[in-house]
Design a protein around this ligand. Structure first.
Ligand code: UT7
Length: 336
């Protein structure tokens, strides 16, 4: 007897939000010892968006989610669950998901935050897909949102130039015949990277004190070269492994949407997969690294630029603090 079709979770709408204020490389030249030329050639970044005073992760996440609801023409009360991937929550608790639930008016939703740094959206999308597949949920919001400017030391040129603020959101719904949606994924974590990219204080190990503030321990710290080395190797490896086990040759992949940390990392991963430039989504020039938001922002831009159509094979990949990394294969459908 043929096995029944495997239900999948499909993305039915994508929304994005970027704060109005733009910080260019030339603005940074005036703030620290750096140049537009260095930033452009070493990272591919030209400018990034930065939140206004009083604007935080929950506000950006809510705006991206509102766009999803608008496009899909559904009310917030139809949402069953909200997963927020972020490493810059408004507060350590309550969760940003609780704040977004309230701001949206999603009266029937429960939700939680998921912390996996730059891989957060990928991990959250996978988690949300499993929840949809369980049959218990019909409409689930997955949001990637980060206010990186809130944890950057703007006297440290090696980190502050790399990041920006933003949010992207998707709606997951069941696809009963499994013909489209999230087909497969490989996710990984290895704490070997815990001293390569971190924020030291403000947690239970080093609670906030006058001393932690004086020592600048509430800022992101990164050993860029080490992260670069692992990112190139492991993000490319996991993408290649996922493509191979799904029988995807380079010509079969219509769009690769990688995490946007450095144009050189994106190019190395694309090269390893044998992809040409038109098969790769890159928007790091305008947004920089928005951590959990890079992949949904990439999806939103791909839709706006009409680079996706139903039936396309889409590969996502991410690498970030932890280390965390992974890849996901999506068969694209009708996405608003
Ligand atoms: O998404 C989370 C994961 N994060 C990442 O994937 C980031 C991975 N790492 C990177 O993207 C790169 O390592 C960076 C962009 C952070 C740095 O690029 P790099 O080519 O590895 O530069 P470097 O750290 O080796 O520094 C080269 C030189 C140094 O000067 P010396 O020692 O050679 O004289 C730095 O002091 O560039 C200097 N430098 C800068 N110069 C001008 C570092 N930052 C800057 C700057 N402007 N902003």
């Amino acid at each position: 007897m043929p096995s029944p079709p495997r239900k999948t979770a499909k993305i039915t709408a994508v929304g994005k939000y970027l704060p109005e204020k733009i910080l260019t490389n030339f603005d940074l030249e005036k703030m620290m010892d750096t140049t537009d030329e260095w930033i452009r050639t070493r990272t591919g970044i030209i400018e990034r968006h930065i939140v206004a005073d009083g604007e935080a992760t929950s506000h950006m996440a809510t705006k991206a989610a509102e766009e999803v609801l608008r496009k899909r023409q559904i009310g917030a009360d139809e949402i069953d669950c909200i997963i927020i991937a972020t490493m810059t929550p408004d507060m350590i608790f309550p969760s940003t998901a609780a704040l977004v639930q309230h701001q949206l008016g999603a009266s029937k939703a429960w939700g939680f935050d998921l912390s996996a740094a730059c891989s957060g959206f990928l991990f959250a999308l996978d988690t949300g897909a499993r929840m949809i597949q369980s049959g218990q949920y019909q409409k689930l919001l997955v949001v990637g949102a980060d206010t990186m400017s809130s944890i950057l030391d703007y006297t440290d040129r090696s980190t502050s130039i790399l990041f920006g603020d933003g949010a992207g959101a998707v709606l997951l719904e069941p696809c009963e015949d499994g013909r489209e949606g999230i087909i497969d994924s490989i996710l990984r974590t290895d704490g070997i990277g815990s001293d390569s990219l971190y924020m030291e204080a403000g947690g239970s190990l080093h609670p906030a004190s006058a001393e932690t503030v004086a020592n600048k321990q509430h800022y992101l710290r990164q050993d860029g070269r080490s992260v670069f080395k692992y990112a190139v190797k492991w993000m490319a490896e996991v993408s290649a492994e996922l493509a191979a086990r799904n029988g995807l040759k380079s010509k079969d992949i219509q769009l690769f949407i990688p995490h946007q940390a450095n144009k050189r990392i994106i190019d190395a991963s694309a090269e390893r997969l044998g992809l040409s430039e038109d098969q790769v989504l890159s928007n790091i020039d305008r947004y920089a690294n928005t951590t959990a938001a890079t992949i949904p922002l990439g999806m939103a831009d791909a839709i706006d630029q009409k680079r996706l159509k139903p039936g396309d094979n889409v590969l996502l990949a991410a690498f970030g603090a932890g280390f965390t990394w992974g890849a996901m294969y999506i068969r694209w459908g009708e996405v608003l």
